[in-house]
Structures are given as C-alpha cells and as structure tokens.
Design a binder for this molecule. Structure first.
Ligand code: IMP
Length: 176
C-alpha cells in the first residue's frame, strides 16, 4: 500500500494551527468564553489541535451533516445528522470545519446554528478549495487555500480511508 503524496506536511499544519490559535485568541480576548462547534467527522483532529492553542475560555460541541447523493461532488443538498446538544443561545460560536469546497455545507450549518440564537457566529476551516465556490459564504479563518484535488488525512477521508494520516495528502487517480 503506498501512502498518498504530501500536499501539506505535519510541521506546516502545526505551525499554521498555532498561528490561527493566536489570531482567534486575540480576536475573542474581550469575551468571557466561546463555543467551538466541530463538524463531524472531518474536523475532529483540527478541532482537537486548534482548541488546545486557544487562550480564551472555550467549550466544545459537535454537529454532523451529510450531503445527499453519491460520489465525491457535493450535490448542494445537505442533511442534519446530529445537532449540538448543549445550549448555545447567547454564546459566541466558532464553527470549526475541515474543508470548504462548494460552500453548501458551511452555508447550511450557519443557518442551523443561527436558529439556536447565539450571540455571534464565525467560521474557521483548515482548508478552502478556492476555485470551487458555488455559494458565497463568509469564512473568517482559513488555514490553507488549495486547488480542486481530493485530499485526505488530518481528519479528512476518502470513503473513510486515510483519515488519521498525520499530514494532508493528495488522492491519486485510480486510488480506491
Ligand atoms: P461543500 O459543501 O461542497 O463545501 O463540501 C464540504 C464537505 O465535503 C466537507 O465537509 C467534506 O466532508 C467534503 N469534502 C470536500 N472536499 C473534500 C476533500 O478533498 N477531501 C475530503 N472531504 C472533502
């Protein structure tokens, strides 16, 4: 079995997560606390690392969504699989995503979380496929802009494979 070629190394991810942690901590320095909402499953590793880089008091919630339809392309229709369990009314919410591709998922998530009436909502994603946008959704914190290739590792999968690779790798045509 050959490993996917490296797009972003473990060291580069670590350095960027540290930078994002410092930026987010500074932006929320005047707040009592924030709630990080991690999007399952892909964001679990980014959330774990980012949350430990913050200095602002924080709590953790999870939300899970899936796209209708088969295949790797988003169809634009998103379904809620698991809503947040804690009360986030009047809290400062930071959505933590692994990757934004067309933007449909993040757009949907913002709508769902707004219905819980938080004090504010911001968005963070480790990766952003900058050429793939179909929905104009605002992202406050971006780790890395990438091309349209399918990537795995650091939480991201290809049909559940390679999720726990320590780096971001590129899936090769013919894999799987
Ligand atoms: P969007 O709704 O098109 O922005 O799709 C976002 C979702 O598609 C992400 O939360 C991922 O679950 C998935 N996704 C998109 N591109 C990739 C990729 O390159 N690797 C792994 N998952 C991806």
């Amino acid at each position: 079995m050959t490993l996917p070629p490296v797009l972003i190394s473990e060291a580069d991810i670590d350095a960027r997560v540290q930078e994002l942690g410092a930026e987010i901590s500074a932006d929320y320095a005047d707040k009592d606390s924030i709630v990080l909402v991690g999007v399952l499953k892909g964001a679990f590793i980014f959330l774990a690392d980012l949350s430990r880089r913050l200095t602002v008091p924080r709590t953790i919630e999870f939300i899970a969504v899936s796209s209708y339809g088969k295949g790797s392309r988003s169809t634009g229709a998103v379904r809620l699989d698991l809503d947040v369990r804690g009360n986030i009314e009047n809290r400062h919410v930071l959505i933590v995503e692994d990757i934004v591709d067309t933007g449909h998922t993040l757009n949907y998530l913002i709508g769902i979380l707004k219905s819980h009436r938080p004090a504010s909502i911001r968005t963070a994603t480790l990766l952003h496929k900058t050429e793939a946008a179909e929905v104009d959704v605002h992202i406050d914190y971006v780790g890395f802009g990438i091309g349209s290739e399918w990537v795995v590792g650091y939480g991201l999968d290809f049909a559940e494979r390679d999720r726990t690779l320590p780096y971001i790798g590129i899936v090769q045509p013919g894999d799987g």
